[in-house]
Design a protein around this ligand. Structure first.
Ligand SMILES: Cc1cc2nc3c(=O)[nH]c(=O)nc-3n(C[C@H](O)[C@H](O)[C@H](O)COP(=O)(O)O)c2cc1C
Length: 332
């Protein structure tokens, strides 16, 4: 599958998130959108080189178009991993943006932005070993003083990268402050490959604003998809039709949460699945009255039945609260 074939159908992608965009979450998002790009979690080339049969690479036939993201800094090793993943991937994506200390100390992730010639060698080595497209995901630069994203993007394109996702922050910003979408315009002007803008896109409106400010070809959504597996599909629908489908109700979100939990338990076993899901609860119940209280209660539960009861209670309380609000509105 060529990049242009993928982009004929979509301008939206699921950004990779380690420990988050696993097989189950990708499947839930794919059920909402048949066309959006989905990306695996970052797969360490060092780890994959040692253990091939890992659940992190699991997919099914419905997951296309899918990018498999590799991290690492050894061109030959990453190229071998890319070759191994080629039969299951539509595109191989290289992580050049992870800001985490442990990762950058190992010369992986955004450390590559300080070493463009090594990044070049990585892309080229992968290109030489596979016949599917290579994409890269990076940030604006390492620090505010080292915003080399334009020349870096050009170099990656020269090495053979056919697609860019750019998170509009520097490495030193980590996840703080606001993503600066306007900077992406400069990259767009200076490369020929498609560029997807990333960072802080959490709604249809922010996707529209980001596309206007960045001039990007599409948007990559990370945290915005947490607790709302419909967001990518809703943005795609807006871009195709101009119609804004409302965000899901609490009840709809809890239905997805339940399916998410069931499938994680099936994938990982009941105990691990229940613990794994704890990080997702806050997102599914965000926005309801007393959300903070519910979140802190939900993350302590280690029993499926109790999670279900807690969720029922949250829905009931939310309904009561909304009915009360309606009465107040009518009286006033
Ligand atoms: C928990 C978490 C894990 C992440 N893991 C990865 C990763 O494995 N690879 C990667 O390129 N970016 C990773 N990111 C960065 C996201 O892909 C994205 O660039 C960033 O969150 C900004 O986009 P957003 O505001 O839409 O979330 C991660 C982000 C979060 C919050």
């Amino acid at each position: 599958m060529e990049i242009k074939d993928i982009l004929e159908k979509t301008r939206v992608s699921l950004a990779p998130m380690a420990g988050i965009t696993d097989y189950v979450l990708r499947s839930l998002i794919r059920e909402q959108s048949k066309t959006c790009i989905i990306t695996t979690e970052m797969i360490s080339s060092e780890a994959l080189h040692q253990v091939k049969n890992t659940s992190i690479i699991k997919r099914d036939e419905n997951q296309s178009p899918i990018f498999y993201q590799l991290s690492g800094h050894k061109p030959q090793m990453i190229a071998e991993c890319a070759k191994y993943l080629e039969p299951m991937a539509d595109v191989i994506d290289i992580n050049m943006g992870c800001p985490v200390n442990k990762v950058v100390k190992g010369q992986d992730g955004s450390a590559l932005m300080r070493n463009p010639s090594l990044a070049y060698d990585i892309v080229q080595a992968i290109k030489d070993s596979i016949n599917i497209p290579v994409s890269v995901k990076f940030r604006l630069g390492y620090t505010q003083q080292e915003m080399n994203y334009v020349s870096y993007g050009q170099k990656m394109q020269e090495a053979g990268a056919e697609f860019i996702t750019i998170h509009a922050r520097t490495r030193n910003q980590m996840y703080a402050g606001k993503a600066d979408w306007s900077k992406i315009k400069e990259l767009k002007r200076n490369v020929d490959v498609p560029v997807f803008a990333n960072g802080d896109i959490i709604s249809i409106d922010s996707a529209i604003q980001c596309l206007e400010e960045s001039g990007a070809d599409g948007v990559a959504i990370g945290r915005g998809a947490l607790g709302d597996t419909t967001l990518l599909a809703r943005i795609e629908h807006y871009l195709n039709t101009g119609e804004k489908i409302p965000a899901p109700t609490l009840e709809e979100k809890v239905k997805v949460l339940t399916s998410h939990l069931d499938r994680e338990m099936e994938l990982r076993g009941e105990e691990v699945g229940l613990k794994f899901m704890r990080k997702f609860y806050p997102f599914y119940v965000s926005g309801v009255k007393n959300a903070a209280k519910y979140r802190s209660q939900l993350v302590l539960i280690d029993n499926y039945k109790e999670v279900m009861e807690a969720l029922k209670y949250i829905i009931k309380k939310d309904e009561e609260y909304r009915n009360e609000k309606d009465v107040v509105c009518l009286i006033n």
